[in-house]
Design a protein around this ligand. Structure first.
Ligand code: FAD
Length: 139
């Protein structure tokens, strides 16, 4: 059986993303990821993206390199890369959540005043993605 991995990264959007920009990204992502059996979650707030990708190792590696090249964001930083026995985000080809009172409350619990992914530990970043996957925006 192929090895399965979970990759989490954050990046900076090159500009404030409009809803239509995010829709463009998610429409393509959901189509492509469904073909590749990749699932995950994307959070966007404060001009930062945080994304988790789960799937077969080579597929996730290639997809990540491809996403990293996207001119809509920069300063891509890998937060964690782990082998996993099964996918956690398998209900979503690419789930999505953005700024919301729930996210603010969660960040407050993590002693953060705003969404600054560089200030979160890998464990906290995963907790944010997991929690937000259960409280998604429909887009
Ligand atoms: P093409 O449309 O031929 O793209 C060619 C090039 O143009 C690529 O470099 C592409 O990144 C870039 N591009 C496409 N649209 C725009 C635009 N509107 N403005 C500027 N540049 C553009 N794709 C996935 O398949 N799965 C994901 O999970 C995923 N997550 C993403 C997360 C983020 C934060 C971002 C910014 C993008 C994500 N994408 C994802 C999109 C991905 O980067 C590619 O745009 C997409 O896979 C299509 O690539 P392509 O080469 O087939 O398409």
């Amino acid at each position: 059986m192929e090895k399965m991995v979970r990759l989490v990264y954050f990046s900076s959007a090159v500009r404030d993303m409009a809803l239509s920009d995010l829709k463009d990204i998610l429409t393509i992502a959901r189509d492509n990821n469904a073909d590749k059996d990749v699932c995950g979650m994307l959070c966007y707030d404060n001009k930062y993206f945080v994304q988790v990708l789960e799937g077969e190792r080579e597929t996730v590696n290639e997809l990540f390199l491809h996403i990293s090249d996207d001119p809509r964001h920069s300063d891509v930083v890998i937060v964690s890369y782990d082998y996993i026995a099964e996918q956690t985000f398998n209900n979503w080809k690419m789930g999505y959540a953005s700024s919301s009172p729930l996210l603010s409350a969660l960040l407050k619990k993590l002693e953060q005043t705003s969404f600054e992914p560089a200030d979160l530990t890998p464990k906290q970043t995963f907790a944010v993605l997991k929690y937000m996957s259960e409280h998604q925006d429909e887009i």
